[in-house]
Design a protein around this ligand. Structure first.
Ligand code: KIV
Length: 269
């Protein structure tokens, strides 16, 4: 019999209770081994639909299929033990009706073992958020720059530059919080608006390109590691893995070409 207490994952109520306490750390992860590293430091890990762009070379998140989210979600759950795992509902899997959202959401939860889902949209998604949370699916909401609506927004544009639009964004935040969302991603909005949204709701706000005063922060792992050829302006790079990978690949290619690879230490005899 094991004498060690099992490691417990961070729960949805624990994340919700962090409002105004200490900052919530989160990152995206899309594969088991990088997720295991992130798991040592993050309170929650998002399997975001940005995986379509940073892993699969798509030019937006709109083409990401449900099965792909499930496949990466499973890998991340397998690779982790501590963090709450949140999986994005991809475009077209939830907007049509609360019933559709529940059907697809339940499938993601059953097939990945994740602890919560994220979906994009403010007041227009409130009914769906209420429907899901009443039926056992915890929901993280996502407002401001919502990439699945990039065609409507005319691109990946910072929101709230015009102060006249702030009330609508704040109303979105209040609507999703009242509907039962346990946390709220605030993406790509001007700092003053992000601060007002954080003050307006009783659930934690998770900023990305928003404000240091949000209750937590999230970045896309490949962006902050320098693994993406294009990254948004607001992203601080904490690593520069692209050139490091290129150096390793170039060294390998040169050794193969000069017959220096595999070398004595790397062959079975
Ligand atoms: O898909 C994603 O990576 C996200 C983050 C930008 C919050 O939704």
């Amino acid at each position: 019999m094991s004498t060690q207490a099992p490691i417990r994952r961070t729960t949805v109520p624990q994340i919700r209770a962090r409002k105004g306490v200490d900052p919530i750390v989160s990152l995206t992860a899309y594969h088991a081994h990088t997720a295991a590293i992130v798991d040592k430091y993050a309170d929650f890990i998002l399997v975001g639909d940005s995986l379509g762009m940073v892993m699969h070379g798509m030019d937006s998140t709109i083409g990401v299929p449900l099965d792909l989210m499930i496949m990466h979600g499973r890998a991340v759950v397998r690779g982790t033990q501590r963090a709450l795992i949140v999986v994005d509902m991809p475009f077209g899997s939830y907007e049509e009706s609360p019933n559709m959202a529940f059907r697809n959401g339940a499938r993601i939860m059953k097939e990945t073992g994740c602890g919560a889902l994220k979906l994009e949209g403010g007041a227009r998604m409130a009914e769906t958020i209420h429907f899901l949370t009443e039926r056992g699916i915890p929901v993280m909401a996502h407002i401001g720059l919502t990439p699945q609506s990039s065609h409507v927004m005319g691109g990946f544009k910072t929101q709230g530059r015009d102060e006249a639009s702030w009330e609508a964004h704040i109303a979105d935040a209040r609507a999703v919080a009242d509907a039962g969302a346990f946390a709220l991603v605030v993406e790509g909005v001007v700092e003053g608006l992000a601060d007002k949204i954080t003050a307006a709701v009783a659930i934690p706000t998770i900023g990305i390109g928003a404000s240091v005063n949000c209750d937590g922060q999230i970045l896309v792992l490949e962006d902050m590691l320098g693994l993406n050829p294009w990254v948004p302006k607001f992203v601080k790079k904490y690593g520069d893995l692209g050139p490091a990978i290129e150096r390793a690949v170039a060294d390998y290619a040169s050794e193969v070409r000069t017959r220096a690879f595999p070398g004595d230490d790397h062959v079975y005899r």
